[in-house]
Design a protein around this ligand. Structure first.
Ligand SMILES: *Cc1c(COP(=O)(O)O)cnc(C)c1O
Length: 390
């Protein structure tokens, strides 16, 4: 069997890379789509003589194709795939040792907060959760034990924006790692590695997969030594995705640009509709010019996406519940980033793992509603919200 040839797509634009980054047609059959290599092991000609594939926890050709594609579209040198976004987060945290400290943004995905506080604190890693709308405020919190800054931007669900380049400058000056969870923006809207981040992590379950049919995680980075360590952890701890899941993400990636364009267009229309609605108190959307960090969003992103949160006038949980169960197109569900629109209640769903006190302190109201605006017709979506808000 010939080896896979990896197409060099560096000189193409992102729209082309999304379709072609990864592998050439399958060398045995010419299949244009990367096959799903549903195998656990590979036959060797003699002990140790093989085609680069020994055992499927360590390597699988479908996964290799995806990892190469992820690296290319996120402008990195290396990609690594995991069974979920949190499995990728888990692998990154295993770079640390007991006693090490992490400074993380306070408006984090609930599951990330949970793995940090309920799992890794038990292993002696310390976390500080702080608002980072002003990146300069991080500096005073650093100690000689700080090894990592962990940010999500835009944040979930309050759509705060953190200045990636400013964080990268601080991280570099103190010789610590900057990790960016780029799930909300996707590589189509933002590439943290080009802004100086060391590691990008994705829940590919969301925009990368894009069809709400797979749970998957990814890490992308440039540093060779760090890649070797993470690859070692991927293989040693074994939170690897199956080949079918890798294939679904590969297929999802091919339409990321067209989907994201529509998510951005629909997001803008829905955000303005909500902002003009008499029953709506506040709308969180990064495209508004009066968003506190709109200028930074404009600087580091190529669009504003389809994630919107809002609070009704009166901040009543009861009214919010009526909207949450009153939409017909927006399905009440956790998750985001799929082609279909979703509505959710962070306080009881995605962010249920964060103690109420902590949530309220960070500005996440009990009545906050979060939308993942899909790629349906914008007018249909607006009418659906109109009838649900009443
Ligand atoms: C969903 C999500 C995760 C976790 O990813 P899973 O694939 O569900 O494990 C991490 N970060 C963000 C921002 C997310 O939305």
């Amino acid at each position: 069997m010939q080896q896979f040839k990896i197409m060099d797509t560096k000189n193409y634009s992102l729209d082309t890379q999304l379709i072609h980054a990864g592998v050439e047609p399958d060398p045995t059959t010419g299949a244009i789509m990367t096959p799903i290599y549903q195998t656990s092991t590979y036959v060797q000609e003699a002990p140790g003589v093989h085609k680069g594939y020994e055992y499927a926890r360590t390597q699988n050709p479908t996964r290799t194709a995806l990892q190469n594609a992820l690296a290319a579209i996120e402008k990195g040198s290396y990609g690594l795939s995991f069974g979920s976004g949190l499995a990728a987060t888990d692998a990154i945290m295993k770079l640390l040792n007991p006693g090490d400290e992490v400074i993380a943004t306070n408006d984090l995905y609930g599951g990330t907060y949970r793995i940090f506080t309920k799992v890794f604190e038990r292993y002696g890693i310390k976390f500080q959760f702080v608002g980072m709308s002003d990146a300069g405020s991080i500096e005073s919190l650093l100690t000689e034990k700080t090894k990592m800054i962990w940010i999500e931007t835009p944040t979930n669900p309050l759509l705060n924006i953190i200045d990636i380049a400013a964080c990268a400058e601080i991280a570099e000056r103190h010789n610590i790692l900057l990790v960016v969870d780029n799930t909300f923006a996707s590589p189509y809207l933002q590439n943290p590695l080009t802004l100086g981040a060391d590691i990008v992590v994705h829940s590919a379950t969301k925009y990368l997969g894009g069809h709400s049919d797979v749970v998957h995680g990814a890490i992308i980075l440039n540093d060779e030594a760090l890649h070797e360590q993470l690859k070692f952890i991927q293989n040693s701890c074994g939170a690897v995705p199956g080949p079918h899941d890798c294939w679904l993400v590969l297929r999802g990636i091919k339409t990321l640009h067209v989907r994201m364009q529509r998510h951005c267009e629909n997001g803008e229309k829905v955000a303005h509709f909500l902002r003009n609605h008499p029953k709506v108190e506040k709308v969180y959307w990064i495209g508004f010019e009066d968003h506190p960090n709109h200028d930074i969003a404009r600087k580091q992103m190529r669009g504003f996406g389809g994630m919107i949160s809002f609070v009704l006038k009166g901040d009543s949980l009861e009214d919010a519940m009526k909207v949450l169960s009153g939409t017909k197109l927006f399905a009440l569900a956790e998750s985001l980033g799929g082609v279909e629109s979703l509505i959710g209640h962070p306080a009881s769903m995605t962010h249920g793992a964060i103690p109420r006190e902590e949530r309220i302190k960070n500005g996440l109201a009990d009545s906050l509603i979060r939308l993942s605006v899909g790629i349906e017709d914008a007018n249909d979506l607006i009418e659906d919200l109109r009838q649900a808000i009443g």
